[in-house]
Design a protein around this ligand. Sequence first.
Ligand SMILES: Nc1nc2c(ncn2[C@@H]2O[C@H](COP(=O)(O)OP(=O)(O)OP(=O)(O)O)[C@@H](O)[C@H]2O)c(=O)[nH]1
Ligand SMILES: [Mg+2]
Ligand SMILES: [Zn+2]
Length: 506
Amino acid sequence: MEQRIICPYCFEEFNQDDVLFRAETCFTEDDILEDFDIDMMEDGQKKIEMREENELKKAFLAKEHPSYRSFWSKYNGTTEQTRKRKSGMLGHNFENYQKPIISPKNPRHVIFDNQSKTGVKLDKDGFLTSVTDIFGKHTSNRVCPECCNPLPINYGKFPVKFISVIGITRAGKTVYLSTLLDNMYIYADKIGMTPLPNDAVNFFIESNKIGRGITLPQGTSPERLSQPLCYNLRYFHQGKHVQETSTFVLYDIAGENCVSPEGIENFGPFISHSDGIIILQDPKQFTRIFGEAHAMINSVLGTIIGLFVGKQYCEIPIALCISKADRLIEDNLFGEALSELLKSDVKSAADFHGFCASEYNEISKKLDDFYRIQDNPTRNALKTSFNNFNFFAVSSLNCHLSESDEHSDLNGEKMLMPTENPHPLRIEEPLFWLFNQFGFIKSDIPVIQHAIVGKIEKINMEIKELNNSRVELENSRFRIGRNQRIKEINNLIQNKQQEIESLSHY
Ligand SMILES: Nc1nc2c(ncn2[C@@H]2O[C@H](COP(=O)(O)OP(=O)(O)OP(=O)(O)O)[C@@H](O)[C@H]2O)c(=O)[nH]1
Ligand SMILES: [Mg+2]
Ligand SMILES: [Zn+2]
């Protein structure tokens, strides 16, 4: 079966049956005999068998694979963690990434299928998902043949969407992702989806737990690459009318890497391979309000424009989200109507599990106004560089925070801790919007499109100018070719009006 897989780490594309495996059989140097010792043995069947077994064991030595090491060397070492087995169990405690890499095509690594004898058995979908190694141990831990990073269970069987969450340092990315993923069951249910998380996701949530009395996560080390967060979602495809599963992969990209040239070099591939982007904008980036030197347009947005624009990628959906919206609500910077909307729960579309655009469009329009007043350079950059973006405001915490006794390792600042249960505000909305843009879910009414609005605005301006010149001509009675020119202008205006009509229709 020809089925291509794109590695969520190195983005190499390969056939599903080209995967490699991490073997459960692991030997250390101590388990392997010196060739010299075997040479010394008495000749005979026993010696031949010993030599053969010793040779086989050499392929099962526990160590980090060179391709894996070289991938992670760009990021100051791996961030993969191994769940420690219960104490008292026998055997070595190897890290998962130290397990030997074996090939399902090598009869000295794996046991071939009894019937075919020419290869290993595939699963019911025709996928290569597990093998039994030559020592009889079973493994279903697939890895990418290029970088030897782990492929989650079932990864590659379903269409994959990559989503990067980016924003400056402390913008709230980790808190956002952890809260979103932890509550995914509730959110997915609203749009009729069943989430099937994997181990790395649960690990991420556990190690960045958000809750009352728990110190908030430390800053993500800028030079490190967090593990991609893979999620399978089962749902009823509202366009195709069939049950489907999709995989989506979320990346938590540390803030520094969205702005420093070296960071962009190493982390740029994650952004440029994304099918959707969630930008978290820290309220302090609104220069008109806070006067901080982190204007959106100079930092993150500039980076994305650099990575995408001119490379035909600017069609990808971009969700620009104001994070920590609770602060802006509290400071009355959003105005009454918008604050009330933001404080309400995200609804499903009235009669079906879809995106409730009738509610969302109101928020989006008001946020567009907010940007026009507070950060017009960012708004303009979006309207002129991207064809598909929308505005959101979210709060992952929206609860009282107090200083905890712990200090941050990174900058010595006091760490904060929620003193009550967090009440997240609308954090699922950007994801729902992306799902709608990917075609997974329908919306009750067409979703507002600002890029289009921008185009219409521009054409309206042009019509206005044309009208002015027509009036001028009409007033200047004795000019040669005047009537011809007026006719031409009328035609131009008519064309532009038609253009607007087709845009509004769209
Ligand atoms: N008021 C409020 N504060 C928040 C919210 N979300 C995050 N914060 C604050 O912002 C801080 C930084 O959040 P993180 O999620 O660690 O930020 P980050 O974007 O991951 O930062 P880096 O890892 O440095 O790139 C938190 O420790 C909180 O103090 C929110 O919804 N409301
Ligand atoms: Mg972080
Ligand atoms: Zn890879």
